[in-house]
Design a protein around this ligand. Structure first.
Ligand SMILES: NC(=[NH2+])NCCC[C@H](N)C(=O)O
Length: 407
């Protein structure tokens, strides 16, 4: 069946989304490794799954087709080429040594597609290896991971992003997340739903760009946060690619604080209408953007000559590029302490289902009330466990298709 995929805005009616239902990879988290694995606590896994199932159900009730990353992966792994590729990339680390690598490659090759999906997402710990007892396995601690678990797969926003009809395979900055894009790349390359018909841009081998930093402000206008995750060179690379592919006319490069609380642009600002954003009040006055445009196209991406404007207030630069009078910031009017608490719990990380309809964590009472006062329908979901990885509804979703935005 031919599918057409893609998105040209943050708010066009959402029709297909990719989620990841939290699984065994979360059971790998311990108080000793949670910081490195980018979680702030140890989630109660079964409750996280319940919360996630309710999130998915909420989307389905609104006619959104929900695809699960692991289902797509298992279907992809039915192909021998895909399996070989998945196994060799998962075992490419230099911590393994030849004996163990050969043993693991065989064990993974013997696994069913479903088992292989589990090994690739939950990882393999040294004490789980029953054979291959050579030097490396004896010297490593039993609790060392031979294949790292991927607890942050939950945040499907970051590991790929659709821009118009292309999908950007991102390049994740934190070591704990780098393997995620081996999986998204494999799905988009080999899964029958995407194979052949989907053109990919960027790539995990390129400069760092994470999907949480990429906001499709309007058809042709993309804001990209630059901070802890996306690097200045990452923005330049993606800008060149979207300009070369004629996917956008303006990229706004938006510096954000290099801190965990604001790891991505979507932790401080998301769109809830074609001309409205909800923004963390404590950065609203200082957020700035450089508009990047094309001075000269060329035959190749590298021939492009870019124009980079002086920084302007973000809302001003955005409205100009979007060719609207004002990009409104919904004034949540929160005092700085409440604002800081609710930002930490992803109050600003909303997922638009359509203009003026947004999914948000129920816990952020004040932000949600203000959104409703401003005419936004807030679809509340529970997230006490899901939120321990520091991500809200937008982070946990990768829109694969949105209806083109009609204003
Ligand atoms: N788009 C987002 N804001 N994603 C949140 C990702 C959270 C994840 N624990 C990380 O640190 O990478």
């Amino acid at each position: 069946m031919a599918h057409s995929h893609g998105a040209d805005s943050e708010v066009g009616t959402l029709t297909t989304v990719m989620l990841h239902r939290p699984g065994n990879e979360l059971k790998r988290l311990t108080p000793r490794n949670n910081d490195k694995l980018l979680f702030d606590g140890i989630p109660w896994v079964s409750r996280a799954q319940e919360e996630h199932d309710a999130f998915a159900e909420t989307l389905r009730q609104r006619d959104v087709e929900v695809l699960y990353l692991t289902d797509l992966l298992t279907e992809t792994l039915a192909s021998e080429t895909a399996r070989t590729h998945a196994i060799s990339s998962a075992l490419s680390g230099l911590h393994l040594g030849d004996t163990l690598r050969t043993y693991l490659a065989q064990a993974m090759a013997d696994a069913s597609p479903q088992e292989l999906t589990d090994l690739l997402t939950a990882g393999i710990r040294n004490d789980e290896v029953r054979g291959g007892h050579g030097l490396v396995t004896s010297l490593l601690s039993p609790y060392d991971f031979l294949v790292d678990p991927l607890p942050n797969l939950l945040f499907t926003r970051d590991s790929s992003v659709w821009i118009r009809d292309r999908v950007a395979i991102t390049s994740l900055a934190m070591p704990a997340r780098m393997r995620e894009t081996q999986l998204t790349e494999l799905i988009y390359t080999e899964h029958p739903r995407f194979a052949g018909g989907t053109e990919q841009i960027h790539g995990w081998h390129n400069e760092h760009v994470e999907g949480g930093d990429v906001l499709l402000l309007a058809p042709g206008v993309i804001a990209i946060g630059v901070g802890e995750r996306t690097t200045p060179a990452g923005v330049e690379r993606l800008a060149r690619q979207v300009f070369h592919g004629r996917l956008a006319h303006t990229v706004l490069a938006v510096p954000i604080a290099q801190e965990r609380a604001t790891m991505h642009l979507d932790t401080v600002c998301t769109m809830v209408d074609f001309d409205k954003v909800v923004m963390y009040p404590n950065v609203a006055d200082t957020l700035r953007a450089h508009a990047v445009t094309v001075r000269e196209h060329g035959e190749h991406e590298t021939d492009l000559v870019l124009d980079v404007a002086e920084a302007e207030p973000f809302l001003v630069a955005a409205a100009k590029a979007m060719q609207i009078d004002t990009l409104h910031q919904i004034d949540t009017g929160l005092d700085p302490v409440t604002a800081e608490r609710e930002q930490w719990d992803d109050g600003n990380n909303t997922l638009a289902l359509a203009p003026r309809v947004a999914v948000a964590y129920e816990r952020n009472d004040e932000t949600n009330e203000r959104l409703e006062e401003a005419g936004i329908e807030v679809v509340r979901i529970a997230g006490s466990e899901l939120g321990s990885g520091r991500g809200g509804p937008r982070c946990m979703s990768c829109p694969i298709t949105r209806a083109p935005l009609v204003v």
